[in-house]
Design a protein around this ligand. Structure first.
Ligand code: ADP
Ligand code: MG
Length: 582
């Protein structure tokens, strides 16, 4: 064995450790979920690598995870024979946080335990959760294909630094040894441990094993009779002791290959946490086997909370990809459009080759067919939620609505379907809650109204108080009040819904005359003639600053308003372009 090397944790890791130990105290058993989950990932990765190089199995392709407790030494060990880690890998993977938006995450922490533990759940803590129950963690690992003498040991007390050293390890894979804190000894209890392992591993596709109870040997005993010749104690045959043995405690079948009816709600939820690295329960999911021209199984989840880096379009996202039940890659983004980047879950394809790469996926008919199917499925699932459970849908919208608004620009084919999912604030309730759907708006449209009216402004207050709204309010015509940054972008792509044009009330061409009676029309025409000379003089005075000056029928209280011609860029769009430097 080599000399120990001392390394410092990345600053964020130290912070995370402190935070975790304090805020996850009430939910400490999740350390097992995280460690079993990592062990299962390590098995998946080995299977994948072994597709190209079967030697990596070293004659042992029977992958399993073992969990055991040692009362004498006060330790719990999670051991796998998966891919393992090299010296370099262990320093990188168990010393830093390889996650986009880490800095942002830390900047959001408030010091308030309740809200911070919420955040930490979204962030996901993974391996470091070991320190919730352990005051020292030892990791011994040997990467597949590496010599037994080149294995590595990692050790830390979770306070700023860790050590590594070279060790000898005969078996491939990783052992995580938790030296339990004084008051966490409950995890040594076989029954307790077993119930947690079962809870967190039923959905795991690799076998998770625990030791059975040892059955002691029994010595032979002669029959004993009383005076009357009745048998008081029957004879007992001698039996050897049955040593404790490893036995599986989970179903160890890939959850998604099981029949829907055989998978419980809890199993779906736990599986979500495994694939998404999220702590919270998902909002919604759908599990489908698709047969026919392309055959695949999809298990798609909508999270209940948005990740803090949702708006980073570059962030890794996508589904976990399996081919014929073999794990291929994480974050296969080719199967989900960017505006659905919050969707988590997995795909198992029967049509893609096992040696599929990101490059192959890029320009592939199978990929396209699956992407189309999955996109439709998610849109349908959301539509269903929107009609079935308004409250839940609202909570979805509050988390992910802004991203969904990118949809019409990105996904022309599904525009109408996406349109149904959008929610807006409007003059109907006149508050800032975005809860009006386009179909609802259409249903409330006035007799003779053929357009969907909206106003876009910098803030909800500005939208609500826009002078452009005066005539609409007077006539009782509902107007959508938009004030999100993305809204102008949205309406420049979603120009129609249900056969009705979306029309900005700030555009010159707003014509409400169809809604007027003959009398009003005549009065207006008269007014226009009367003021002809006034508008002409104003145009002369303003010169090139305006295109034209017109008598308006859309104002009731304000004397004048600036509008954009139908074919010109809107004021909001001009601002947006200026912001991005155009
Ligand atoms: P995540 O699982 O989200 O990547 P973790 O903190 O759980 O984050 O683990 C960090 C990394 O450490 C993993 O991505 C993996 O590379 C490595 N790792 C953890 N546990 C194991 C293990 N049992 N075998 C091999 N690698 C592991
Ligand atoms: Mg993990």
């Amino acid at each position: 064995t080599g000399q120990p090397e001392v390394h410092g944790f990345q600053t964020e890791v130290s912070k995370l450790l402190q935070l975790m130990i304090h805020s996850l105290y009430s939910n400490k058993e999740i350390f097992l979920r995280e460690l079993v989950s990592n062990a299962a990932d390590a098995s998946d990765k080995l299977r994948f690598e072994a597709l190209k190089n079967a030697d990596l199995y070293e004659g042992d392709a029977n992958l399993r995870v073992r969990v055991s407790a040692d009362r004498d030494n006060n330790t719990v060990t999670i051991s796998d024979n998966g891919i393992g880690m090299t010296h370099e890998q262990i320093i990188e993977h168990l010393g830093t946080i390889a996650k986009s938006g880490t800095a942002e995450f830390f900047s959001k922490l408030s010091g308030d335990q309740a809200s911070d533990s919420q955040l930490i759940g979204q962030f996901g803590v993974g391996f470091y959760s070991a320190f919730i129950v352990a005051d020292k963690v030892t990791v011994r690992s040997r990467a597949a294909g590496v010599a037994a003498s080149e294995a590595v040991e990692w050790q830390s007390e979770g306070e700023g630094q860790f050590t590594t050293r070279k060790i000898e390890k005969a078996n491939r894979g990783t052992d995580i040894i938790l030296h339990l804190k004084e008051d966490e000894k409950e995890f040594l209890d076989d029954w307790r441990l077993r119930s947690i392992v079962t809870k967190y591993s039923d959905h795991i596709s690799v076998s998770v094993e625990m030791l059975s109870q040892e059955i002691p040997a029994i010595e032979a005993q002669d029959e004993v009779k009383d005076e009357d010749g009745n048998v008081v104690t029957p004879a007992v045959e001698a039996r050897d002791a049955v040593p404790a043995q490893w036995e599986p405690v989970n179903k160890a079948t890939a959850l998604w290959t099981r029949e829907k009816a055989d998978v419980s709600e809890d199993e779906y939820k736990e599986f979500y946490k495994h694939v998404s690295h999220d702590f919270a329960d998902p909002l919604l999911w759908e599990h489908n086997k698709v047969e026919g021209k392309t055959e695949y199984t999809s298990l798609l989840y909508i999270p209940s909370k948005a990740p803090f880096d949702l708006y980073n379009r570059e962030k890794q996202h996508g589904l976990k990809l399996y081919v014929q039940r073999v794990f291929i890659m994480d974050d296969a983004e080719q199967f989900m459009p960017t505006y659905l980047r919050f969707v988590k879950g997995l795909l198992d394809s029967n049509d893609l080759p096992l040696n599929v790469s990101r490059e192959i996926l890029q320009d592939n008919k199978v990929t396209q067919a699956i992407r189309k199917g999955c996109t439709k499925r998610v849109l349908k699932m959301l539509e269903k939620l929107g009609t079935k459970d308004k409250e839940q849908y609202q909570s979805f919208w509050n988390e992910f609505g802004q991203v969904l608004k990118e949809g019409p620009a990105e996904d022309f084919a599904n525009k109408e379907q996406i349109g149904k999912l959008l929610r807006f604030a409007s003059t109907h309730e006149d508050n800032s809650t975005q809860n009006v759907s386009l179909p609802e708006y259409v249903e409330r449209m006035k007799e003779g109204q053929d357009k969907i009216y909206y106003v876009v402004a910098d803030s909800f207050e500005a939208a609500k108080n826009s002078p452009h709204l005066e005539v609409f309010r007077k006539k009782g015509i509902e107007v959508l009040l938009m004030s999100d940054r993305i809204d102008e972008w949205l309406v420049s792509h979603l120009t129609e819904f249900d056969g009705k044009t979306l029309q900005s009330v700030a555009r010159g061409g707003v014509d409400l005359s169809k809604l007027d009676d003959e009398e009003t029309k005549e009065a207006q025409e008269k007014l226009e003639k009367e003021f002809d000379s006034v508008t002409a003089r104003m145009k002369e005075a303003l010169g090139d600053k305006v295109k034209e000056v017109k008598i308006s029928h859309r104002l009731t209280d304000s004397p004048a308003v600036i509008v954009t011609a139908d074919d010109d860029m809107s004021i909001q769009m001009q601002k947006l372009m200026a912001q991005v430097g155009q």
